[in-house]
Write a protein that binds this ligand. Sequence first.
Ligand code: SF4
Length: 325
Amino acid sequence: MLKIVHLVSGGIITNYKCSSKCRHCSYSSSPKWPDEYMTPSMADEIFSVLKRLGCYSVHIGGGEPLLKHDKILAVLEAAQRNNIGIEYIETNSSWYKDETSVMAVLKELKKHGVHTLLISIDPYHNEYIPFWKVKALIRACSKTGMNVFPWLMEFWDDIDTMDDRKPHSMDEYIQLYGRDYLLQLYKRYGLNLKGRALKTYKPMMKEQPFEQILKESKPCKLLSGIYHFHVDLYGNFVPQSCPGFSIPLRELMQGADPNKYRIFYSLESAGIGGFAELAMKEYGYKPKARYAGKCDLCYDMRNYLVLELGLDLPDLKPEGHYKYL
Ligand code: SF4
């Protein structure tokens, strides 16, 4: 059985839709995703299950969770009903319009038990969001007594050298800071190379022969991330560091059937070798000679199953993760 008996701390993904399509996003969020948001009844269900599993606080992420203020307030009310604390909400500041309206939102969030915003500060977001919005949101937080968790101050000076009234492309950053800037960013940020981040950095990664990847195969332990898991708006458990896989949280609590979630189970128990065997034998996957590591192979097989064969596989969800890459 695939089972979770204990969770400590994680996040909920209220929506995958985002105002930006950042090249480092491991969730493949973008404006193209359907306009779907976690409902209050789903939030109630998730929070009550989390409590039973020993998790009493969460952060909120997306997508951009503050795209729809009324929707987030309903989720926060569900958290309060279930005595679940909110550690912080992640935001990219794109929703900032003017100080009066933003301060009203911040005050409302505080009333609903939110005391910290994690505000994205990095050149990836700056390709879409002018830096003046980030600065103005930080100022509004300070005026309303909302704490700011800046992610990451390390990039402040890089961004602030540019004109803050408009966004700046990666090409502009490369012109200013040098040809290897994109690669340096990966190291400085400590990126998780999955989803769109893998697509961005794949051309810079060292390739390995297919056979060698299989030889080094070890279980991926998708269920062991009990400190930084996510549960999305559909009630699915999203393993730490590996989006694009999911199993309904309520099933995992009771013990999910490995025969229903065969891909997830093959990776959890045997690793990439188990998944490759399944993909080749059962779905006719034809491997290439080389890949940029095991996760590149994993994505190539998942893309083949979801996008090329169009299969509706319960563990390779949401499909948007593959479609909107
Ligand atoms: S091989 Fe697949 S499941 Fe394992 S870590 Fe990489 S992306 Fe995640």
